[in-house]
Design a protein around this ligand. Structure first.
Ligand code: DQA
Length: 150
């Protein structure tokens, strides 16, 4: 299984950025955590982070025929980006949306996600653990799909 994990704007500032909301661990710690999970699960992983909407759209498009699944934390673009939604719909890869914080209990502008319409599942409010849940969900989803196709 080949997995693309995308982190959107300001997630490179983890640890510095509003630690009471996003935690004290930095972006490097998140990547190390994701790499350890994927190594244990025999998943080939690429982690991509960008503060730019178009760069995220480009990365999603380039996943077509290369990756089996996408895990995305679109960060602030969650609440604004039809372009990222359309890119995910275009490649139509199994996708999970993840958020460190519980967007459903925060400001009203965070309570709507454009991205959810292209995601099999949205996980919010579980910190780094939410990424693990998303990875395991996608692995299980692909294994089931492969079994059905045999
Ligand atoms: C976030 C939630 C978004 O509302 C916010 O803009 C982020 C991070 C999260 O992981 O909790 O940048 O996606």
């Amino acid at each position: 299984m080949k997995l693309l994990i995308i982190n959107g704007p300001n997630l490179n500032m983890l640890g510095i950025r509003e630690p009471s909301i996003y935690g004290k661990q930095d972006y490097a710690a998140l990547i190390a955590y994701l790499e350890s999970i994927c190594a244990a699960q025999h998943i080939q992983l690429k982690c991509f982070q960008s503060n730019h909407e178009g760069a995220i759209v480009d990365e999603i498009q380039s996943a077509l025929n290369t990756y089996d699944a996408i895990l995305i934390n679109p960060a602030a673009y969650t609440h604004t980006s039809v372009a990222i939604l359309d890119a995910l719909k275009a490649v139509a890869l199994p996708t999970v949306e993840v958020h460190l914080s519980d967007i459903n209990t925060r400001e009203s502008f965070r309570q709507h996600s454009f991205i959810s319409a292209a995601a099999l599942k949205t996980i919010a409010g579980k910190g780094f653990e939410g990424y693990k849940e998303g990875i395991l969900f996608l692995k299980d989803y692909l294994e089931r799909k492969n079994m059905e196709e045999k």
